[in-house]
Design a protein around this ligand. Structure first.
Ligand code: GLV
Ligand code: GLV
Length: 355
């Protein structure tokens, strides 16, 4: 292989490996057993000669690593994730390194996990499962694990991009919920979908669903029965959910986060969960992964899973494939089956990779 490409982790599937090795690359996959590599570990991997790196969202890609990659002759870095808050894109560009991400292939898988968390929280699935396994079930009771009905209620979406819109469609079509959303951009296709579905329901003699684009995020928090967070994490969305905003949400609202942990002030969330037993959350991400803030693990009104929103086989293989294509597109100077997903300045729509 002419080009030395390093992957900081083993990734699902073999397609991404074949793509690289069939296209003049010598691939080195890090075999280090520890879950999260340090900057020093990655510096050692880059070494004196490295054309491109495929990295993970748990790694801190800043000036130190990008200048080392530049010195090693590198020109490309691909994050195996759609979110790239772990990447200092300016530092990469200063060092002449193109940055890629893996949007598109994880949209539906991530939205389905957010929908799963919504149902699990609303219907108290995990609490009920633990009750069952603990041998506490003594027979049906009218009050046993009573939760929230979603039908006819309002789903609030903060950040109606690819994932937020896919989630909204699932909740609207699946559970006939009304939509209120907040985004800097108008979600035109989503609005059209809700309008058309509403007309379909009406034509069938059912209550139509409705949509509303909120003028402020507070309007969503006040009005919605279920709120799902789908923003990009940056300075403007850090602690977007803070004590003031928790306070205006309905006392029995369901809050879901499958975006990035720091979007929620997690210490404030734990306090809110303690004070409001009917308020429920479903969390895929945490402020300080892999840790949870003190007290969260004890809250029965929280469903917590370890950052698995994109974890379907199809999607993870697709992410790995896209990450390899990003790297190839840059180092070989051609698009393999489309344009590499280069991050600048906004995420671009991507095609779905061939099966
Ligand atoms: C996962 O969290 C991703 O951003 O792809
Ligand atoms: C509950 O199981 C019912 O039959 O209502």
């Amino acid at each position: 292989g002419k080009y030395r490409v390093v992957s900081t982790k083993s990734m699902p599937g073999t397609r991404w490996i074949r793509l690289l090795t069939d296209n003049d690359c010598r691939l080195e996959i890090c075999t280090e057993a520890k879950t999260i590599l340090s900057v020093d570990d990655i510096l050692a991997l880059i070494g004196d000669r490295c054309d491109a790196v495929i990295g993970q969202l748990t790694e801190d890609w800043g000036e130190v690593l990008f200048s080392a990659l530049k010195r090693a002759g590198g020109t490309a870095f691909s994050n195996m994730a759609v979110g790239y808050n772990n990447v200092d894109v300016e530092a990469a560009n200063r060092n002449g390194i193109a940055v890629g991400n893996t949007p598109g292939v994880l949209t539906e898988t991530t939205a389905e996990l957010a929908a799963s968390l919504t149902l699990a929280a609303a219907r108290r699935i995990v609490e009920a499962d633990q009750f069952m396994r603990a041998g506490l079930y003594e027979g049906w009771l009218p009050h046993l694990f009573v939760g929230n009905l979603l039908k006819g209620q309002t789903v609030g979406v903060i950040g109606a991009g690819r994932i937020g819109s896919a989630y909204a469609r699932m909740m609207i079509e699946g559970f006939k919920m009304n939509l209120i959303y907040y985004d800097l951009y108008q979600a035109t296709r989503l609005e059209k979908f809700v309008t058309a579905y509403g007309q379909f329901l009406k034509a069938n003699g059912e209550q139509p669903v409705t949509w509303k684009r909120a003028a402020t995020m507070e309007d969503v928090l006040r009005e919605a029965d279920v709120i799902s967070l789908h923003p990009v994490l940056d300075k403007t969305t850090y602690h977007l959910i803070n004590p003031e905003r928790l306070a205006i949400m309905k006392k029995d609202a369901v809050l879901v986060n499958a975006s990035r942990g720091p979007v929620i002030d997690e210490v404030a969330l734990v306090e809110h969960l303690k004070a409001n037993p009917m308020f429920r959350v479903g969390l895929d991400v945490f402020e300080d992964e892999p840790y949870m803030k003190p007290g969260l693990a004890d809250m029965k009104n929280a469903v917590v899973v370890p950052h698995i929103a994109s974890a379907s086989k199809w999607t993870r293989e697709g992410m790995a494939t896209l990450a390899a294509l990003n790297v190839l597109g840059k180092i070989k100077g051609y698009p393999v089956w489309g344009n590499p997903n280069q991050v600048e300045p906004f995420l671009k729509e991507s095609a779905t990779p061939p099966p």
